[in-house]
Design a protein around this ligand. Structure first.
Ligand code: ZN
Length: 237
């Protein structure tokens, strides 16, 4: 197999930018980088080892899939690896959490907070950004958001001060609706109850997502908890 150095054609500044001098191999010469013979030199990690270890930290990727991903990237150096490296660098420099809602964007406040077309009478509270993206994909909600950054968990030592609850309570107004779109887990529901308690008597209208039969779901396959929740949340036809 021919090993292609990822740093070939890079200037010294670019090599520094991509961390080629921080993983233990000081000389990024063409014969050095990604050569299997230098996987470990003097107790330091080679670029390839460092890449695999970093990839293995990504959710859903273990060491085996990280090795496959690294090989895939190296084989597609020009078309995938370099554009990905540049995109990662630009994203790391430009993307910041919105100081209002916690969404990620390159501008402050974020595009959702700035959008004058969106409904100002509702704030949808979610645990993390993936939930915001999931709701945005539906296209069914046109209000504002608030990302908590997690849920309360005594077991994991997560208290209200670790989340953006105070910022939420400071921004919500009495004429707004707060949609608590939290996960149907013990932690999610504990967090929802905590926020509801803190807002008691404030005049803020509180709601939460319905729980029950999924679209296309068959009753026979539902667990008892989901079926009970569906029964309790039944609606008049
Ligand atoms: Zn925002």
């Amino acid at each position: 197999m021919t090993w292609i150095p990822a740093c070939a054609g890079m200037t010294r500044t670019e090599k520094l930018r991509f961390g080629y001098f921080t993983v233990g191999v000081n000389d990024c010469s063409d014969e050095a980088a990604f050569s299997p013979s230098i996987l470990s030199r003097g107790g330091h990690l080679s670029e390839l080892d460092a890449l695999i270890q970093l990839l293995a930290k990504l959710p859903g990727l273990g060491p085996r899939s990280a090795r496959r991903a690294a090989l895939h990237l190296i084989k597609r150096r020009e078309t995938l690896m370099m554009p990905l490296a540049l995109a990662l660098t630009h994203a790391a420099e430009a993307i910041r959490p919105c100081p209002v809602c916690g969404n990620l964007d390159t501008l402050e406040p974020c595009a959702i907070c700035r959008d004058p077309e969106r409904d100002n009478t509702a704030i949808c509270v979610v645990e993390d950004l993936a939930d915001l993206w999931a709701l945005e994909r539906t296209g069914a909600y046109r209000g504002r958001y608030h990302v908590l950054g997690g849920t309360l968990s005594a077991l994991d030592g997560v208290g209200p001060e670790d989340l953006t609850i105070d910022r939420l309570l400071a921004r919500v107004k009495p004429d707004q609706e707060l949609i608590l779109a939290l996960n149907a887990t013990v932690e999610g529901q504990t967090t929802a109850h905590y926020i509801a308690d803190r807002l008691a008597g404030s005049g803020v209208k509180l709601s939460r997502l319905a729980q029950g039969v999924p679209i296309g779901g068959e009753l026979d396959y539902l667990d008892d908890g989901t079926l009970t929740a569906a029964l309790n949340a039944r609606r008049a036809l």
